[in-house]
Design a protein around this ligand. Sequence first.
Ligand SMILES: [Fe+2]
Length: 298
Amino acid sequence: MTEQTMTGQAQDAVEERLVENVLRSFDDCTDPRLKQVMTSLVHHLHGFIRDVRLTEQEWNTAIGFLTEVGHITDDRRQEFILLSDVLGASMQTINVNNPAYEDATEATVFGPFFVDDAPRIENGGDGSGGAAGQPCWVEGTVRDTAGTPIPGARLEIWEADEDGFYDVQYDDARVGGRAHLYSDDDGNYRFWALTPTPYPIPHDGPVGRMLTATGRSPMRASHLHFMVTAPGMRTLVTHIFVSGDELLGSDTVFGVKESLIKDFVEQPSGTPTPDGRDVGDTTWARADFDIVLAPADV
Ligand SMILES: [Fe+2]
């Protein structure tokens, strides 16, 4: 046995003893779930530090990075969710918590741009709130996995405008590209929105710098967000994506699922709209999205 190997063994022992000491520090934790989470976190965190042989300079850089993520976060910008999203942690948490159930619609990332108290619209109303973009008619039915329509399901919808920005990214307190509505007595819903366009996640902060440093794009595939709630049903947070979008394979938050890719069919200008709305001398689009909710207790 060489001196180098012995030194390595001694070093390993020092590192492992520390891990054991930290794990033991949770022995008296009376909350079993908290204890499980904390001890697993310590196990993986120490495993990571030891695996990459983290330098002290790198540790300082990481602390500075997380501090900056905190400082740039406020009630309109959530850099921690962005960080979680681009690391795939948001999507993995969704996978863990939303196991496939029969033909229930698949979930995807929540993202950082949801806002409570979006305006109420009636079925057939305009959810764009005047935001710029191609008008898009979206309709479908909300059902359970037995095929029974669900009346009164609440649908929250939100999306970016044609320039790739959500209303909350502007400085003028505008509200647009977001609304909520309820499915009708037959479980059907319909509304006007905007044809989704690709956009970059906010990349002028620490998460953007990390993407640049690692050679990654900040672009998200075009999508329209939905959150659907109904009594007794699992809340569905999802998007629909635009078939043919070249970014479907490289969505920076890993949110794309095959079943959520929909045809947004462009209609030539002059095509009559489903509700007779006059959209002027412009093209418009339409998309169908039938929603299936899983029971809450599965
Ligand atoms: Fe989004």
